[in-house]
Design a protein around this ligand. Structure first.
Ligand SMILES: Cc1cc2nc3c(=O)[nH]c(=O)nc-3n(C[C@H](O)[C@H](O)[C@H](O)COP(=O)(O)OP(=O)(O)OC[C@H]3O[C@@H](n4cnc5c(N)ncnc54)[C@H](O)[C@@H]3O)c2cc1C
Length: 493
C-alpha cells in the first residue's frame, strides 16, 4: 500500500518480528505508525518469515536455566577488568565509556529474560500459540518452545493486527538514512521506493528493525572478510537485510555492539533450495575437508550447544566446505528428519573410494582417514539420543562421542557449508531499546530491535534471536510512542 501521508508519530523500519512487535506496541500506546519495508507484501518479514522460531524457554513462563549465564560466557573479547569493575553499579552511574562499550550489558540480558514471559503472553493475545518442542536437535542440552506455524505465523498475525487497526505499511520501500532536527533528535527517514523514487517520511521517533547485513556482500566482506564469499544466507528472507538500518544509525553517532566480524553459523547443505536446510547428522559419522582429512571433533557434546563451533571449523576449511561421511549403520539414528533437514538426497556409493570420486576428494586420502579413524574406535555402547561417551582412543582430532567405525556400505555423504543465519554486529541500546551514542547517551527518537540491536559475541545463545526481537521490539514501540508524544507537545506552536 502506498500512502500520501508523510508524517507519523512513529516510523518502524522492517516488518520481521522486531518491527511488527514495535509497530503493534506503538499503536497500542496511541501512536500513528508507518512501517517501511523493502520486500513486497507477500515476501515481507525477512528471516522471521522463514524460521521455525525456537525459543530458549522451558515454557511461556520460564526461560532456560542457563539463559543469562550463556550470554555472560559470551560477553565480548578479553574484557578489561578495570572497566568491568563498574558493571555491578547501578547503570545510571556507569561512566560514559562503559555505557557505550561494545560488550554484553547484563542489564539488557536481564531485561530480555524478565520480559520474555510477558512478551510471549502478549503475542498469545494476538493469536500466536506456543508449545514445547520435544526433539529440537538430535541431542539437546536446553529446552525450546515454538510458536505453531513458526515465524510466519508471527509475521502474519501481527501484520493483520497492525493493518486492521489502521497501520500503514509502505512495501517495496527501503529506508536509506535518518533525518535529524537541529538539536540532534531523530525526526524522520529518507527512503527509496520503486524505480529509485526518493521519499521522506517524518515522525517523532524511529525504530530500526531492519535486520543485520547478511544480504550485503560489501558489508560482509568489509566486516567478516573475503572468505564471506563462501557463506550462504540461511534463508532468502535474510537477503533483504542489507544493513542500511545499522549504517544509518552509526552515521548519526550510534555506538556499535555485537561482534561485527562474526555471525550466527549453522551447518547447511549448499545444494538445497529450502530455507534452513541444516545437517545435524555429522556427530554420527566423520567430517572431512577437500583434502580428505578430518579437522574437528565431530561429537564434542549435545548438538544444540556445539553445532555453531563445529560449523565455524567447516568455514575455515578450503573453500569453506566439508563432507559428512556416514555408513549404513546411520539408519539406526532416530529422528532423522530433525538431523537431516535438506530435501537433497545423500550422495551414495558402494565403496569409500567410489564415494571419494563422487565428492572430488582424493580417494586414497579418504580411505586412509577412515582407516585411521576406524582403528581408533573402541567397543562400547552407542546411544544416539544422548552424549554417550563412546570416544576414539589416541586420535587427533579426537571424536568424543558416538564414535563407531565407518565400515558398512553403502557409504553416504552430505556436503556441508556454513550458512549465515544473521550477522552479530549491530547497535548498542539500553534496556528500553533506546540507541546509545558513543558517549553512552540515548540518541533522542532512535530505537533498535531484532538483529539490528547488537548483543551477540562468540557462541550464539541459541534460540534467542526471535525472542529478543519480540521483547525489545515491543519495548521500543511503547517507549517510542510516549517519546514521540512528549516531543510533539514540547515543540513550539
Ligand atoms: C531458517 C532459519 C531458522 C532460524 N531459526 C531460529 C530459531 O529457531 N530461533 C531463533 O530465535 N532465531 C532463529 N533464526 C533467526 C531469526 O529468525 C532472526 O534472527 C529473527 O527473526 C530476526 O528478526 P528481525 O525482525 O530482526 O529481522 P527480520 O525478520 O529479518 O526482518 C527484517 C525486515 O527488515 C526489512 N528491511 C531490511 N532492510 C530494510 C530497509 N533498508 N528498509 C526497509 N525494510 C528493510 C526486511 O525486508 C525484513 O522484512 C532463524 C533464521 C532462519 C533463516
Amino acid at each position: 500500500m502506498q500512502s500520501k501521508q508523510t508524517s507519523y508519530d512513529v516510523i518502524v523500519i522492517g516488518s520481521g518480528v522486531a518491527g511488527l512487535s514495535a509497530a503493534v506496541s506503538a499503536q497500542e500506546n496511541g501512536a500513528s505508525v508507518c512501517v517501511i519495508e523493502r520486500a513486497p507484501a507477500d515476501d515481507a518479514g525477512g528471516n522471521t518469515r522463514h524460521t521455525g522460531a525456537y525459543i530458549r524457554m522451558k515454557s511461556v513462563d520460564e526461560v532456560s536455566d542457563d539463559f543469562e549465564e550463556h550470554f555472560a560466557d559470551n560477553a565480548g573479547g578479553y574484557l578489561d577488568p578495570l572497566m568491568m569493575a563498574d558493571v555491578a553499579r547501578d547503570q545510571q552511574s556507569w561512566p560514559p565509556l562503559l555505557k557505550a562499550f561494545s560488550f554484553v550489558d547484563p542489564n539488557v540480558v536481564s531485561a530480555l529474560a524478565q520480559q520474555a514471559p510477558a512478551t510471549l503472553k502478549w503475542l498469545t493475545g494476538y493469536g500466536v500459540r506456543f508449545t514445547p518442542l520435544e526433539v529440537p536437535f538430535p541431542t539437546s542440552a536446553q529446552p525450546r518452545i515454538v510458536p505453531s506455524g513458526g515465524g510466519q505465523a508471527i509475521v502474519e498475525s501481527l501484520t493483520k493486527v497492525f493493518t486492521n487497526k489502521g497501520g500503514t505499511i509502505l512495501y517495496e520501500t527501503a529506508a536509506t538514512s535518518l533525518i535529524q532536527n537541529p538539536e540532534g533528535a531523530v525526526c524522520g527517514v529518507r527512503a527509496l521506493g520503486r524505480g529509485n523514487r526518493t521519499l521522506e517520511v517524518r515522525s517523532g521517533a524511529v525504530v530500526v528493525a531492519s535486520g543485520g547485513f547478511q544480504g550485503n556482500a560489501e558489508m560482509l566482506t568489509r566486516y567478516i572478510g573475503p572468505r564471506a564469499l563462501n557463506l550462504r544466507a540461511m534463508s532468502v528472507g535474510g537477503q533483504y537485510n542489507k544493513g542500511e538500518g545499522i549504517r544509518m544509525a552509526l552515521d548519526v553517532g550510534a555506538a556499535p555492539c555485537g561482534d561485527f566480524g562474526s555471525y550466527h553459523a549453522s551447518p547447511m547443505d549448499p545444494r538445497s533450495r529450502r530455507a534452513g536446510p541444516s545437517i545435524y547428522i555429522y556427530p554420527y559419522g566423520i567430517l572431512v575437508n577437500k583434502e580428505g582429512l578430518r579437522f574437528v571433533d565431530e561429537g564434542p557434546g549435545e548438538t544444540d550447544e556445539t553445532y555453531e563451533r563445529v560449523t565455524r571449523r567447516i568455514f575455515a576449511q578450503t573453500d569453506g566446505i566439508a563432507w559428512c561421511i556416514l555408513d549404513a549403520k546411520v539408519a539406526d539414528v532416530p529422528n532423522q528428519s530433525v538431523a537431516i533437514r535438506t530435501e537433497q538426497p545423500a550422495i551414495e556409493a558402494a565403496t569409500l573410494g567410489e564415494l571419494a570420486g563422487k565428492l572430488g576428494v582424493p580417494p586414497a586420502m579418504l580411505e586412509r582417514t577412515v582407516a585411521q579413524y576406524n582403528a581408533a574406535c573402541v567397543a562400547g555402547e552407542f546411544d544416539p539420543r544422548r552424549v554417550d561417551g563412546l570416544a576414539t582412543r589416541d586420535l587427533h582430532p579426537p571424536k568424543s562421542n558416538w564414535a563407531r567405525p565407518i565400515d558398512r556400505g553403502p557409504f553416504k555423504a552430505y556436503p556441508i557449508i556454513s550458512s549465515i543465519v544473521f550477522t552479530f554486529g549491530g547497535l548498542k541500546t539500553d534496556t528500553m531499546a533506546r540507541v546509545l551514542n558513543l558517549q553512552g547517551d540515548p540518541i533522542p527518537g532512535l530505537y533498535a530491535a531484532g538483529e539490528a540491536q547488537g548483543l551477540y559475541y562468540g557462541n550464539y545463545t541459541g534460540a534467542t534471536s526471535v525472542l529478543k526481537g519480540a521483547v525489545f521490539g515491543r519495548l521500543a514501540g511503547s517507549d517510542a510512542a510516549h517519546a514521540s508524544r512528549a516531543s510533539t507537545s514540547a515543540a513550539p506552536a
